[in-house]
Design a protein around this ligand. Sequence first.
Ligand SMILES: NC(=O)c1ccc[n+]([C@@H]2O[C@H](COP(=O)([O-])OP(=O)(O)OC[C@H]3O[C@@H](n4cnc5c(N)ncnc54)[C@H](O)[C@@H]3O)[C@@H](O)[C@H]2O)c1
Length: 445
Amino acid sequence: MKIAVAGTGYVGLVTGVCLAEHGHAVVSVDIDEQKLAALQSGVCPIFEPGLAELMHKNRERLIFTADGPAAYREADIIFITVATPEKRDGSANLTYVYDAARTIARSVRKNTVVAVKSTVPIGTNDRLDALINRDLSGIAVEVVSNPEFLAQGTAVRDTMHAARIVVGVKNRETGEFMRDLYKPFNAPLLITDRKSAEMVKYASNDFLALKISYINEIANLCEIIGADIDAVSRGMGLDPRIGNQFLQAGIGYGGSCFPKDTAALYFLADYYDYELKTIKAAIEVNKSQKLKPLKKARKYYASLAGRQITVLGLTFKPGTDDLREAPSLVNIPVLLEEQALIRAWDPAGSDNFRRLYPEGIEYCRTIDEALTGSELCFIFTEWPQILAYDLNSFPKLMRRPVVIDGRNCFSPQAARAAGIIYDSVGRVGPADGSQNLNGETGALR
Ligand SMILES: NC(=O)c1ccc[n+]([C@@H]2O[C@H](COP(=O)([O-])OP(=O)(O)OC[C@H]3O[C@@H](n4cnc5c(N)ncnc54)[C@H](O)[C@@H]3O)[C@@H](O)[C@H]2O)c1
């Protein structure tokens, strides 16, 4: 099949490469010249496990171009995978989706399916269908809602071995066309109407966000009353009705999806005068959870000015170079404002962070380098290198081994046994700052 993909981001590039792996000829379109230059020279512009290798393996079937009209003209199916970021009012910005749709409308010359993988508010695909078909004569385009469920960090695996594929169609035949396309992926396929498919995406993401905010609130309460969130999560997760995923307490969710998708569904419901109270709570909890590390730091140090502080992990989660909505982006600007001296380490996100903050942060190549001489260490991302790091090195390298772990990377007992003043999320610990190097009570200074 001849396939065109509008957008070569996390979703578009992975989609195109995985479809090429199943033997299709894929033309991927983007408007970002820099990204295209990298792709055309065979370089994968994003960090996603297994993607560069698969892209290289299928290079004969992959074309990258800025020429949307040429790509869309001949395609049997066109995927729209452009971004739908959050607007200031919380609604989804559909500018990129509509731009792509208008180019498609101007370009197509035969009956085509347009499958929208971008996450779009319920009803958008009906409007896109009307827009694309408005000035066409003699040919018909059907817009299909085909929400994407991949997670960054496991995007290739999630696509090649999808837990489910959801397709929202207007006509039954289009559903069968999509079933044929996805047959080699061997995944459970749900064919439904467009609005329901659009809702499956939002309802799924918002449910996971809610689950995270819920466990984070329980963790906060555990800290107050002296219970252990690890045990609580394990105990809850053993119940198959609850499941053990998304029950890891931490400093909140980030990324390009949960924050904007909770905001967009809340906005949509509000537009129809319905308040989604559960989603509102998930958003509020997440917002304050992200700032917990700074709040905790103040229990140990009255002022952070002039102090050397280590940040381990900048990305919103491990396995990606993506910084979107990462807790680092709300905590670090405050540290900079307070004139702390920051040494940061991240195995994939440092270059992207440096682009945003070229000054005021020393970007380190190793965890050792980042820790040396610091008085405080924040852990924002649970990178495997941190999980495997020798606890004894914290007190050895730091001037004062105060570690505020936002991702519960270590056992509190082991951390304390190593001589670390260790503060994690929802676990019994020196939450009041009373344990410190000098045996003093209260903040270190
Ligand atoms: N990233 C994820 O984990 C994920 C998972 C599921 C769903 N989604 C959804 O998929 C969509 C894409 O997300 P992403 O993370 O891949 O975005 P992204 O920002 O990584 O990539 C979008 C790409 O589209 C390009 N683009 C913009 N306008 C274009 C146009 N008119 N024609 C061609 N290319 C154009 C941009 O230059 C960019 O390269 C969003 O709606 C998102 O909510 C993302």
